[in-house]
Design a protein around this ligand. Structure first.
Ligand code: F6R
Length: 271
């Protein structure tokens, strides 16, 4: 019996074989949450990493294993300045990858308004809307190669609220693949839930896959809590789970301990 999982560590690390296994594990955790709380508010991330989660959850829904009809969906971030309906606006992506495949109505979905004239007011309105909705029950996160969560780039305040941020060049290069490889098309600005906002979710689940994330993952769970690696703020949360594939785990010094702990985790504890 190990104490790390039993007492709930600030960050629990689960090492899985590959992205598909990570997606299935997290989708099972979301399904369990929805069985306990059918109207749960799910915070979703965009980008490539969470796609296996949405695919696995959709498969469970189609197989009749879970009823998601009362679930609500909240966006994590949004580009500023893309025209309404742009296929790479995060609103479009979440509708396409999450809301439609799960058979939810667009009314069950909330996100910040990236085309608002008064961006600051839109940010404050989004924080207020999340609180009015009862807060996020489970926030799914990806991680940037520079350690960002949401689009809280390095040196974001760990207490930050939803606000406008400027993307680093590295993030714009990373995201150019969604814009036909043309970095000039990647917006410079985004609205992102702040780190303080993200930390208010009841359960944080970060998925990282591929070797390109290994350094950021090691800094997140084994480094100090420091604004230079925004994801390290997960260490401050009472219930944070980091799911990594073997490649993303490759720079973890404590990998064997994390494997041992998870192998001995009591089943009743769930994700
Ligand atoms: C997207 C988001 C970002 C991504 C991160 C990783 O909503 O919040 O933090 O999760 O940039 O992106 P991928 O998964 O494409 O490597």
């Amino acid at each position: 019996m190990t104490f790390q999982s039993i007492g709930r560590p600030s960050v629990e690390v689960v090492i899985v074989q590959d992205a598909k296994a990570g997606g299935e594990l997290i989708a099972r955790g979301i399904a369990d949450l929805l069985r306990r709380k059918p109207g749960a508010l799910l915070g979703v991330a965009t980008g490539s990493t969470p796609l296996p989660v949405y695919e696995a959850l959709t498969a469970q829904v189609r197989a009749g294993d879970v009823d998601v009809s009362r679930a609500r969906i909240a966006q994590l971030d949004e580009y500023v300045g893309l025209p309404a309906g742009h296929p790479e606006s995060y609103r479009s992506v979440v509708l396409r990858e999450v809301v439609e495949p799960l058979g939810l109505s667009p009314d069950s979905f909330m996100g910040p308004d990236g085309s608002a004239e008064d961006v600051q007011a839109a940010c404050e309105a989004y924080d207020a809307a999340l609180a009015a909705a009862g807060g996020v029950d489970l926030q799914l996160l990806g991680i940037g190669t520079d350690g960002h969560i949401g689009f809280n780039e390095p040196c974001s305040s760990l207490a930050s609220r939803t606000r406008i941020k400027t993307l680093t060049e590295r993030t714009r290069v990373d995201n150019a693949r969604f814009f036909g490889g043309d970095i000039a098309q990647v917006p410079h600005h985004v609205i992102t839930q702040g780190i303080g906002t993200i930390l208010e979710a009841r359960h944080l689940v970060l998925l990282a896959t591929g070797e390109g994330k290994a350094e950021a993952v090691a800094a997140t769970v084994e480094g100090p809590v420091a604004a230079v690696c925004p994801a390290s703020a997960l260490q401050l949360h009472p219930h944070a789970t980091v799911v990594v594939d073997e490649a993303a785990a490759s720079k973890l010094k404590l990998a064997d301990y994390f494997r041992h702990t998870y192998a001995n985790k009591p089943a009743w504890q769930g994700l």
